[in-house]
Ligand binder design. Structure first.
Ligand SMILES: Cc1cc2nc3c(=O)[nH]c(=O)nc-3n(C[C@H](O)[C@H](O)[C@H](O)COP(=O)(O)OP(=O)(O)OC[C@H]3O[C@@H](n4cnc5c(N)ncnc54)[C@H](O)[C@@H]3O)c2cc1C
Length: 438
């Protein structure tokens, strides 16, 4: 069998890329190890840039139909679980986008939307329950997991989109160095009160609960626990788990209690790594195969979508201009690598802010979040950077404002100033319109 682009892994990244290529009439084969939907929790929060990408891929209506939009994130710091709260709000509404909000959608629903759209194009081939077993030059060996039947596929390009454990990355002999954190998360979805429509992060100096409303009156929750505490927690009755949530957010009484068994609750172990190389000859890596990020800023899935979109556009242009020299793939990390590094840095900082269970840390976090909310530039930078729409690095000056050393800047940014900070077409696709492809 022959295909132009072989994608190993039909997760969000692989499917975004596959759909993009099929829309350019490129013959693309996506193989996915799993036979069908997975029950394991993965990212569900779509940032504005991902929504713009889904608009360009013609799936945004379906995404909206199946999602819950979140404009505001409420950050609530409790002095203790029984005392009054101090709040701040970070809002997507300040962003210069047609989609100034994030959106929660079930991970498997999103995959289904992308796959179904892809299957409308004759050049899109999706094989479930099939493993990419071996790569040898331009040949890939795939195996049906039931029949054990093996098949060779010849292709021009191979993309590793297998997530954290990547056959393609191994073949490219690229090593990644994992950084672990001093905390883990418990995560579970359960029914929510109807009026819980905003994102909410509730913290004390020693605990953290994130609540992200899903459609159909459900909420995804993440609760921070010290690394290694999961086993002993699971030995306690499930009512102890309910108590932890209700202490942090009394609105959940009567809702979280609907979780009847620890088995419904997933342990999430945050990791971070960033591979040195994204491409080698005719091979490229996208998504978690090349970078994994702490989930605190809700970026992992979005980074995979953004990788798929940039690499997809590049491959479309290479085929359209018949410039198939693999050296052209280098444009992809040129665009993506620094953006990924910056988002990883932000996620890492957000993780550190909640990592140390000491009162002064909680106090400092609360003060600086409140100042960040009131400082027009800090809030805009934070929302812009996590949205994926642009990149505006924080400076020492910003940190000093947030720390209370310098005064808060209240003058709002003009729409022109804001637009200047978002990625332009030239920054997203620097090879376009120039004689640079070979
Ligand atoms: C518990 C958890 C919570 C997360 N929370 C968030 C969040 O809140 N927000 C966010 O943005 N991100 C979150 N993430 C990260 C996000 O899920 C990932 O960054 C995103 O799914 C990466 O997409 P991907 O397509 O690169 O990889 P994956 O989603 O991992 O997809 C890879 C696919 O490849 C398949 N595969 C693997 N090996 C092979 C093979 N040899 N042959 C064929 N198929 C193969 C796998 O079965 C899988 O379906 C979370 C991740 C985890 C694990």
């Amino acid at each position: 069998m022959k295909t132009n682009v072989f994608i190993s892994g039909g997760g969000i990244g692989g499917l975004t890329l596959g759909l993009k290529l099929a829309q350019c009439n490129i013959d693309v084969t996506v193989v996915e190890r799993l036979p069908g939907p997975s029950s394991i929790y993965k990212g569900e929060l779509l940032q504005p840039k991902s929504l713009e990408i889904f608009q360009s891929l013609g799936v945004i209506e379906k995404v909206f139909e199946n999602g819950h939009s979140i404009t505001d994130l409420e950050l609530i710091e409790l002095k203790s679980t029984k005392s009054s709260a101090e709040n701040s709000t970070m809002s997507y509404s300040i962003l210069p986008s047609d989609y100034p909000f994030s959106l929660m959608i079930h991970h498997e629903t999103l995959k289904e939307i992308l796959r179904e759209k892809g299957e409308r194009y004759p050049s899109f081939h999706y094989k479930a329950n099939t493993v990419c077993q071996k790569i040898n030059g331009h040949t890939v060996i795939i195996e049906d997991r039931d029949t054990k039947h093996q098949q060779e596929i010849e292709c021009d390009f191979i993309v590793g989109a297998e997530g954290r454990s990547s056959v393609t990355r191994d073949y490219m002999d690229i090593q990644v160095k994992e950084k672990k954190y001093n905390h883990h998360f418990l995560t579970v979805t359960f029914p929510r009160p109807k009026d819980m429509v905003k994102g909410r992060i509730v913290s004390t100096y020693q605990s953290f609960l994130g609540l992200f409303p899903l459609p159909n009156d459900e909420v995804r929750s993440v609760y921070l626990i010290p690394a290694g505490e999961y086993k002993s927690l699971r030995k306690k009755p499930i009512s102890e788990f309910h108590k932890l949530y209700i202490e942090m957010c009394p609105d959940l009484d009567g809702y979280v209690n609907q979780i009847k068994d620890w088995k419904q609750i997933q342990l999430m172990v945050p990791l971070k790594y960033h591979a040195e190389k994204y491409v080698m000859d005719h091979l490229a890596l996208i998504g978690d195969a090349v970078h994994t990020v702490h989930p605190m800023a809700g970026e992992g899935m979005n980074m995979a979508i953004q990788d798929g979109s940039i690499l997809g556009e590049l491959l479309c242009d290479m085929y359209e201009e018949n410039k198939l020299n693999p050296v052209n793939l280098e444009w992809y990390p040129k665009v993506r690598k620094s953006r990924v590094a910056h988002q990883m840095h932000l996620s890492h900082l957000s993780a550190l802010v909640y990592s140390y269970p000491y009162r002064p840390v909680g106090w400092l976090r609360n003060k600086s979040l409140q100042r960040m909310e009131r400082d027009s530039i800090s809030q805009f930078k934070q929302m812009l950077n996590i949205s994926g729409l642009g990149m505006w690095r924080e400076t020492l000056y910003d940190r000093m404002v947030q720390g209370g050393v310098l005064p808060i800047r209240t003058k709002p940014l003009s729409i022109e100033d804001k637009r200047k900070t978002t990625f332009t077409k030239e920054q997203d696709y620097p090879w376009k319109g120039k004689e640079v492809l070979q």
